[in-house]
Each structure stands twice: as C-alpha cells, then as structure tokens.
Design a protein around this ligand. Structure first.
Ligand code: HEM
Length: 288
C-alpha cells in the first residue's frame, strides 16, 4: 500500500482505491430520484427500501448459484452454508417491512399516484427467485413486455433447472430412490408436487438419525421456504395498512391478489410430509 502515514492515518492519494471508489458510493447516492415535486419527505424512504431489496435479491440469486454448484459437487455442507445465509437475508427482508410501516397512508398518498403503473409485479429479480425455486408461472412474463432485460433474465430463469431439480439429482446420486420420471422431467415447467418424492422425504424424517446430513439440509430448505412465506405475510399486512382494499398500481386486486399467493411453497413435499410423520405411532391422519 502506498501513501503517507501521519498521526496513524493513511492519507489516500488519487491513485489509491478508496472506500468510495470501490463501493461506488457517489454513483449509488445519485440514484434516488424522487418523482414528487416539491419532493415529499417519505418518497426517499420508499425508494431506498426498494433499492435495498433489489440489492439483496441480487445477493440471493448469487447465493443460489453457489448452492446449486455445491450440490453439483455433492457438497451438501457447502450448500447448507449458503442456504443458511439466504435464510438470514430473507429474514432481514421480512423485518425491513416495519421501517416502511412508519410511513402513514396519508404520507404515502402524497406521492403514490406518481408511481402508477409501477409495481413490485415488475421486479424481475423477485420473479427470477420464484422461477429458480420452481414456481415457474409463465403468466408473469407479460408484466415484463416493456423491460427487455428483465424479460431475458426471467426467460433464462424459466428455462434452466430449478433448485429442486439440483437437490433431487443430488439425492439420487446419494442413493435415494427418486423416480426416473422426476429426474428427467421438463425443467422449463413449474415443479409439480410429487407423492414418491414426499415418500422419500418421509422415510428420511421418520429415520432422521440414519440420514442426519440430508435431514439437516431439508430442514434448512424448510427454513428458507418459511422465511419467504413470512415476507409474503408481512408484505400483505403492510399493503393493507397502506391502501386497504384499493387496487394495486400494477393493476391487480391488491390485498386480495396478494392473499392468493401466501400458499406458495418452493418445496411443497417438505410441508405436506409433516402431517404424516408419526402416523403409525397414533398421532392421527392428515385432513385430506
Ligand atoms: C407502500 C408500500 C407498498 C405497497 C402499498 C405495495 C403494494 C403492492 C401491491 C398492491 C401488489 C400487488 C401487485 C399490484 O397490483 O401492484 C404488490 C406486489 C409486490 N410488491 Fe409491493 N407494495 C409495497 C412495498 C413493497 C416493497 C418494499 C417491496 C420490496 C421489493 C415490494 C415488492 C413487491 C413484490 C415482489 C410484489 C409481487 C408479489 C407477487 O406477485 O407475489 N412491495 N405490492
């Protein structure tokens, strides 16, 4: 490192990498352009929160790449490490909602009309995350018609295997009896819940001492899935608080539409199997 040291401080020269040049602080701070005029105080918060979400979505997609790669190398602990990080990030995303809730509906209404028809519907990173987790609903592609880059990213997320495919291929290599039709399914389609996969998982859960590392990995996936669900609940409650029963800026029925999404699960079998654990021990049968 070059530079003069005076009183214990390194004085940067113009050629040195600095905090600001490395992190592009100047560029980042120039990207919060408010549409309200004169600027409404809370619009900055609204922009900062959304931009923060998009940065974390970027990191989540980055971690997902690594998790898939680790499974490809049969390194379940490597996958576990990055999945745990994803869950922590998602936890923060859920908690961040409360910052936005310090904005009242009156404050929001001062600039809401300016956003029309922009909406979270158009977050291609959020939708890519869903697609890459197996929730591939082509109907959402229509919202990206005017965003060629977003559409391209989403189409790529749709065509590639989802994380679940990587997991099941990994489990098959470990000797678990995943049916061939599941292993060779059309990966560009949405994941469909599979009874034989649930049976394999149930065996692991019922005999978890014999399958400890797989059991821990599956529970980590459940943690991640649950955090996404928690975000959906928190987002809905916040939206209802802000706009009540109004339609969304994206044109949906608002809270009613969002309520229809809370049942989404990335790993449905990991949830359905729970009603079957211990069935033979007299804990009762699941409601069908
Ligand atoms: C005042 C704050 C907010 C309100 C009133 C709001 C409202 C809504 C509404 C009504 C929808 C349904 C689509 C539509 O018709 O527009 C929606 C979807 C969505 N919003 Fe928000 N939102 C807010 C904040 C946020 C924040 C901070 C994020 C973080 C990225 C976010 C991400 C999303 C996403 C990803 C969707 C699509 C959800 C899905 O289709 O499952 N929203 N939002």
């Amino acid at each position: 490192m070059s530079g003069k040291i005076e009183d214990g401080l390194i004085k940067p020269t113009s050629s040195m990498v600095t905090y600001s040049s490395y992190l592009k602080v100047h560029e980042i701070l120039s990207l919060q352009n408010q549409l309200s005029s004169p600027p409404e105080h809370d619009e900055l918060l609204f922009i900062v929160i959304h931009q923060t979400y998009e940065l974390w979505f970027k990191q989540l997609l980055h971690e997902l790449d690594l998790a898939e790669c680790e499974l490809g190398k049969n390194n379940s602990f490597g996958a576990l490490k990055t999945l745990k990080r994803m869950t922590e990030i998602q936890n923060i995303l859920t908690q961040q909602v409360s910052i936005l809730e310090t904005m009242t509906p009156n404050d929001f209404n001062l600039f809401r009309s300016r956003l029309n028809p922009a909406s979270g519907f158009q977050s291609h990173q959020f939708r890519s995350l869903e697609f890459r987790m197996g929730l591939k609903d082509s109907a959402y592609l229509a919202f990206f018609a005017s965003q060629p880059e977003g559409l391209k990213a989403l189409e790529s997320a749709k065509s590639r295997p989802c994380f679940y495919d990587h997991l099941l291929w990994f489990l098959a290599r470990q000797g678990y009896k995943i049916p061939q039709e599941v292993l060779s399914r059309d990966v560009s389609t949405a994941w469909q819940p599979s009874a034989p996969v649930e049976d394999v998982f149930l065996t692991i859960y019922e005999n978890h001492q014999d399958h400890l590392s797989t059991y821990i990995l599956l529970e980590a996936l459940c943690d991640l899935d649950q955090q996404f669900t928690m975000w959906r609940y928190r987002h809905i409650a916040m939206v209802e608080r802000m706009i009540g029963s109004r339609i969304g800026t994206g044109g949906s029925s608002g809270v009613k539409y969002l309520a229809s999404t809370v049942g989404k699960r990335f790993f449905p079998e990991l949830w359905s199997l729970r009603g079957r654990i211990g069935s033979n021990a007299g804990y009762g049968q699941p409601v069908t």
